[in-house]
Structures are given as structure tokens and as C-alpha cells.
Write a protein that binds this ligand. Structure first.
Ligand code: FES
Length: 339
């Protein structure tokens, strides 16, 4: 593949042609005086920034190339290019003709980093493009290194759609209404209530009935509260006894008579005017000492045990009873003798 001649080569050829008068004479370029007297070349290692610097560098290279023997013949004879336009016109004319033998023998120069990469092979860059490339290199050297790109966050996983719970209470309410309103549910409700009531009744039946009774032993006060010849009905309603202070067999006694009729268990009444106990059920009558004298009552009223407690009070014990027909009234516990 034939490379195109570089600018140095072209300049060297042009100057050779201008100095040697054309043709293929291989006059050594060192015999010619140096033509670079217009502008000084920029110092080595410094990047040219202006057009004049670039052209001065080109001419300095051309001078160097002219001092070296070049085996390539001149492309054409003519005048020595003096202006920049002439040089560039000659460059473009040669690039249009194709590669010269000298250009083909010379290896292609590596492209600069700042040169436009979009140019196709075989086409020379213009002056403007060369300037842009040089300035781009200068800017690239001054600019700071590019910051590393920030790592992009991976997209968050999308949340699953939350199921709506607004309709759940309404659905539950409807279900409960439908459950309660059906005949089947009503039947089950009635059956459950009946079973519960039966269970409660059975539990109550298993519990024993407790009778609340007054205590069998109780105090009724001092003996002085019961004068001779009197019947006290104070304890009849509460303890079902009469407290009697009367004469019996020549002794002044205080005793406790039961209020239960010996006929069928009715409660007689004390009749103060008649000085007797009268049963309202069948008319049985009893004297003040409890001996029956009329009616169907078969025997005298019973006595309960009585005594004087250590505190001086009369104490009655209903758990013990004394019957006259059995001779139990002779027991000292059936009476309190008042002296
Ligand atoms: Fe008292 Fe019959 S119960 S007389």
C-alpha cells in the first residue's frame, strides 16, 4: 500500500525543484543557501500555537530535508513557493496526483493524537484541522484527568401490590348477618340456649339446700326482766319460745315453753285475760305452766333447757327439750328457780 508523502517530503521536493531548476538532477541540498529567514522556528519540545509557528517549523524541516540527499525525483519543475498559499496549493496538488516513489519508499508517519480521526486514508488535513489538532493537544495536557464515573445504583425491586382490606369488614358483617338470619342458625341458637339452661339447672339441683336457722343457744337477758306471774312473748317470733315466771309445785320458777302445739304443731297464742295458751287450729288450751286442759292436744307443752350463764344472763338451749309426761320437768336444766 502506497503511503502519501508527508509535508516534509513535499517541502523538500519543492525546494529542490526550485533550486535545481527542475528535472531529476540529484543536486545535494546542502549546496543551496538556506531560505528560512522569514520567521524563527519555535524551540524544540514546545508546541506551536500560531500559524506562523507552524509554518516556521515546516520551513525549518524543509531546510533540514534539503540538506540531505533525496533519491526521489521532483514531481514537477517550477518556481519556489514563497507564500503559505503556494505551499499548501502545491501540497494539495501533489496529494491529488498520488504517491511519488519517494513517498512510497518512506514509511508512513504515525498519526498524532490530536489529529482528526474522521479523515479517510489518502486525504491530507487542512491547515485549520492541523491547528485544531495542535491546540487540542495543548488543552488535553492542561486539563485535569477526568473523574471516575459514579457507580450507578441498581434499580430497587418493585413492591408487590398490597391487597385492599377495605372490603373485608363489610364482607365479614354480611357473613355474620347471613349466618344468624338463617333458620338453621336460629335452630342451633335455640338448641344451644336450651342446653345451657338445662346444664345450669342440673348444677343447681346437685347443690344442697341450706336452711338458715337461728342458733340453738341464745341469751334472753337477766332474770329480773321476767317478773313473777308473767309470760314474755318477746322471743316467740325469733326463737319460738315463751319465757314464763310462775309458780309450779310451790316453787317460783323461770322456764322456757315451746310454742309448738302438741296436737299437730300449730302455734298457740297467749291470752293474758284468760291466763292460757289457745291453739287457733283445733282449740287446744294450755295453762300458764303448759299443762293441756282442753282440745285435742294429747300432752303438755314441752320445755327447753335454761340456765343462768356466768355473766348472770339467762341462756336458753333449744337443742334440748323436756317433756312433763316423761317426768323430765324434774330435771334442774329445765328450769331456773328464783329465790
Ligand atoms: Fe293445736 Fe290442733 S294443732 S289444737
Amino acid at each position: 500500500m502506497a503511503d502519501k508523502p508527508s509535508t516534509d517530503d513535499i517541502l523538500a521536493k519543492l525546494r529542490k525543484e526550485a533550486q535545481g531548476g527542475g528535472g531529476g538532477d540529484e543536486t545535494p541540498a546542502s549546496a543551496q543557501p538556506a531560505a528560512e529567514t522569514r520567521a524563527p522556528a519555535p524551540p524544540a519540545g514546545e508546541t506551536p500555537t500560531s500559524t506562523n509557528d507552524i509554518m516556521a517549523a515546516l520551513r525549518a524541516q524543509g531546510g533540514k530535508a534539503a540538506s540531505e540527499p533525496s533519491p526521489a525525483p521532483a514531481a514537477r519543475t517550477g518556481e519556489t513557493p514563497k507564500s503559505t498559499n503556494d505551499i499548501m496549493a502545491a501540497l494539495r496538488a501533489q496529494s491529488g496526483k498520488g504517491a511519488s516513489p519517494a513517498a512510497e519508499s518512506k514509511p508512513a508517519a504515525p498519526k498524532k493524537a490530536g489529529a482528526p480521526a474522521s479523515l479517510p486514508d489518502g486525504e491530507k488535513p487542512s491547515v485549520e484541522e492541523m491547528l485544531k489538532g495542535l491546540r487540542g493537544e495543548a488543552k488535553a495536557a492542561d486539563t485535569a484527568p477526568a473523574k471516575p464515573a459514579k457507580p450507578t445504583m441498581p434499580p430497587l425491586p418493585t413492591k408487590p401490590p398490597v391487597a385492599s382490606k377495605k372490603k373485608e369488614p363489610e364482607t365479614r358483617r354480611n357473613f355474620l348477618i347471613a349466618l344468624v338470619a338463617t333458620p338453621f342458625a336460629l335452630a342451633w341458637t335455640a338448641f344451644t340456649a336450651s342446653a345451657g339452661a338445662f346444664t345450669l339447672g342440673l348444677a343447681r339441683f346437685m347443690m344442697p339446700n341450706v336452711l338458715v336457722e337461728p342458733p340453738s343457744t341464745f341469751k334472753v337477758g337477766p332474770p329480773s326482766d321476767y317478773p313473777p306471774g308473767t309470760v314474755s312473748t318477746k322471743w316467740k317470733a325469733q326463737f319460738a319460745v315463751w319465757l314464763v315466771h310462775a309458780e309450779y309445785e310451790g316453787k317460783s320458777l323461770i322456764y322456757a315453753l315451746s310454742t309448738v302445739c302438741t296436737h299437730l304443731g300449730c302455734t298457740p297464742n297467749w291470752l293474758e285475760g284468760e291466763q292460757k295458751f289457745k291453739c287457733p287450729c283445733h282449740g287446744s288450751g294450755f295453762y300458764i305452766n303448759g299443762i293441756n286442759f282442753e282440745g285435742p292436744a294429747p300432752r303438755p307443752l314441752e320445755r327447753h333447757a335454761i340456765r343462768v350463764a356466768p355473766d348472770g344472763m339467762l341462756e336458753v338451749d333449744k337443742s334440748r327439750k323436756f317433756q312433763q309426761e316423761l317426768g323430765q320437768w324434774e330435771d334442774g336444766n329445765s328450769k331456773v328457780e328464783v329465790v
